[in-house]
Structure formats: structure tokens, C-alpha cells
Design a protein around this ligand. Structure first.
Ligand code: SF4
Ligand code: ZN
Ligand code: ZN
Length: 305
């Protein structure tokens, strides 16, 4: 198959735009979309210190590479933060990849271990409470330590590897769970409290499949293994449904995310009228909507089991 833009052989077919692209034209599209997304939302300013939440999986590793390359055009500092949840047979492998990549790129790397920070690993939590859904615990802990870690590292922004598929899944999950306020908060990545490091998602318009192909074509070392707890997640169900829809109706994921973006303005406006009172957790002093933050509430729950 020939590239739709030149005479070279195609390496990828993009069903949503009916384009076959060679390596060179695919890289061009990939990088241009990435830069456009950063510009569109003013994600990174000159001399910012950007912390990348690096899991060692394909999305965050590609994000680290491409941000590192972006520094040729825009000077800013880059550091990487990896959380070690303590999931045997999984995180230790991706952690090795994360160490390798940061070393290769010369990027400072900080590792936060649940066991050391919270006194308990994910495997130990699941041992105590087999009925619980792992990601509901892990998600709260991840958000907590990524924010804390980025702030302590002096970061102005926290870049996460969420791709187009993740975004479309999150939008649908919030709708299907009837959690409009969560959806509204997703629309507003810049929280005013100083203790929150603003999150940026430079890959939010990039399909997951294209990230995987970009990684392979660039020879980026990646472990494609999935977290053993992921199968429990509601997200896995939505992901399968969305992939099926995308196959039948190419462009579905873009359409979901674009609809969400179009509604952003309206959601932000309605949020202005219902101002969130940010207070601080009485126990850990991190930002919280109640007396105890989600993290401390969850830890008390775990310890009582
Ligand atoms: Fe944690 Fe769930 Fe992600 Fe596994 S899939 S690392 S349990 S949030
Ligand atoms: Zn071409
Ligand atoms: Zn707390």
C-alpha cells in the first residue's frame, strides 16, 4: 500500500481520515497534532518545570520522549515521576523500563513507593479486602501521590499520558455513572489552589493505537503488559465497547472527545456559579472538599479491615 501523500510504502492506515501514511508522514501528523494540542490549551510555557507521570507503559514513555524532543523548540525543564504501587510481577518490570528511558534521555527521575509513603502496597490492600475494586483504591492513591510528588519536585505542570481512548472512556464512564460533576472537573484542569499542580494531557487527541505504532517505529523500549488488576475495571468494559464502535464507525472516539470539548465552556460557566469550597484535610493538610480527604478516608477504611 502506498502513502496517500507520497510514493513511499505506508506503515499505517487511519480509517477515520481514510489515509495511508508512510513513516515520515505519520511522524509529521503525530508531532503536529501533539504540538497543536499543547498550543490550543497553552499547556506549557517557556521555562516551565514539567513533571511527567511516567509509568513505563507506552503512553507515558512516548509522552516523555516527545516532550524531551519538544525542548529543542521551547526551553523548559523536564522531570519524571514514577509511582510504585507494589503490584508484584507488573510494576517492577515497568519501573525498570522507566529507569532505562529516563537514563537514556538524561531526565531526572523520582520514584514514590506506596509501601514507603503510605505503609501499604496495592497487593497488601487487595489481600485485606478481596471484594474491593483495586482501581478505586489505587486511583485515589495515584492521584494523591502524583500531585504531592510533582509539587514537592517544584513542578509547574503535571503531564499525564492520557490518550484519546482514555479521554473518550472517561467521558462515557462519567455519563454512565451519572457523575456530571466529575465530568465538569475533567473539563477544568486548572484548579486554583496552590497545592494542586495543574494537569496537562498533551496526548488527549492521539489514538492509543497510534501511540503504540509510534513507539515501535521509534524503537522505544516498552513493556506492553497490562496491570493484573485492570480486568476488574468498569473501564475495561467501556474500552471494549468503544473499540467495537470505532471499528464499525471510524472516528467515534474523536467525536466523543470533541463533543465533550464543545460542552466544556458551558460546564465551566455553570461551575462558576457553584464555587467549590476547597479546604484542607485535617490529617494530611492536602486539599480536600471535606474534613478528611479521599486518601485519608480510604486509608482509615483499609486500616480498619
Ligand atoms: Fe492501579 Fe488499576 Fe492502574 Fe492497576 S489498572 S495500576 S490497579 S489504577
Ligand atoms: Zn508519505
Ligand atoms: Zn488527607
Amino acid at each position: 500500500m502506498k502513502c496517500s501523500n507520497c510514493n513511499s510504502s505506508a506503515v499505517i492506515y487511519l480509517a477515520y481520515s481514510k489515509l495511508n501514511l508512510c513513516k515520515q508522514h505519520f511522524f509529521r501528523l503525530f508531532e503536529q497534532r501533539f504540538k497543536r494540542t499543547i498550543r490550543e490549551f497553552s499547556m506549557i510555557k517557556k521555562n516551565d518545570r514539567v513533571a511527567v507521570g511516567l509509568s513505563g507503559g507506552k503512553d507515558s514513555t512516548v509522552l516523555l520522549h516527545i516532550l524531551s524532543k519538544l525542548r529543542e523548540d521551547l526551553p523548559f525543564e523536564l522531570i519524571a515521576i514514577t509511582l510504585d504501587e507494589g503490584i508484584a510481577g507488573y510494576r517492577n518490570k515497568t519501573l525498570d523500563f522507566a529507569k532505562l528511558e529516563t537514563k537514556k534521555l538524561g531526565v531526572e527521575h523520582k520514584i514514590f513507593r506506596f509501601k514507603k509513603e503510605a505503609g501499604i502496597s496495592m497487593d497488601e490492600i487487595m489481600e485485606k479486602d478481596k471484594k474491593e475494586i483495586p482501581c478505586s483504591y489505587c486511583g485515589v492513591m495515584r492521584r494523591y501521590y502524583l500531585n504531592k510528588g510533582a509539587r514537592e519536585a517544584g513542578a509547574d505542570k503535571l503531564a499525564v499520558g492520557h490518550n484519546l481512548d482514555d479521554m473518550a472512556q472517561t467521558v462515557l464512564m462519567n455519563i454512565m455513572r451519572n457523575e456530571p460533576m466529575r465530568l465538569a472537573r475533567l473539563a477544568d484542569p486548572l484548579t486554583e489552589d496552590d497545592k494542586f499542580v495543574p494537569r496537562i494531557r498533551p496526548l488527549m487527541r492521539t489514538p492509543e493505537r497510534e501511540i503504540a505504532i509510534f513507539a515501535i517505529l521509534n524503537g522505544i523500549d516498552i513493556d506492553f503488559q497490562e496491570c493484573p488488576y485492570a480486568r476488574h475495571a468498569f473501564r475495561a468494559h467501556i474500552r471494549d465497547q468503544l473499540n467495537e464502535s470505532e471499528e464499525k464507525y471510524p472516528g467515534t472516539k474523536f467525536k466523543i472527545v470533541n463533543s465533550f470539548m464543545a460542552l466544556q465552556g458551558i460546564m465551566r460557566k455553570s461551575m462558576e456559579d457553584t464555587k467549590f469550597e476547597i479546604s484542607y484535610c485535617q490529617k494530611c493538610k492536602e486539599p480536600s472538599s471535606g474534613d478528611l480527604c479521599m486518601f485519608c478516608t480510604m486509608m482509615e477504611d483499609v486500616q480498619s479491615k
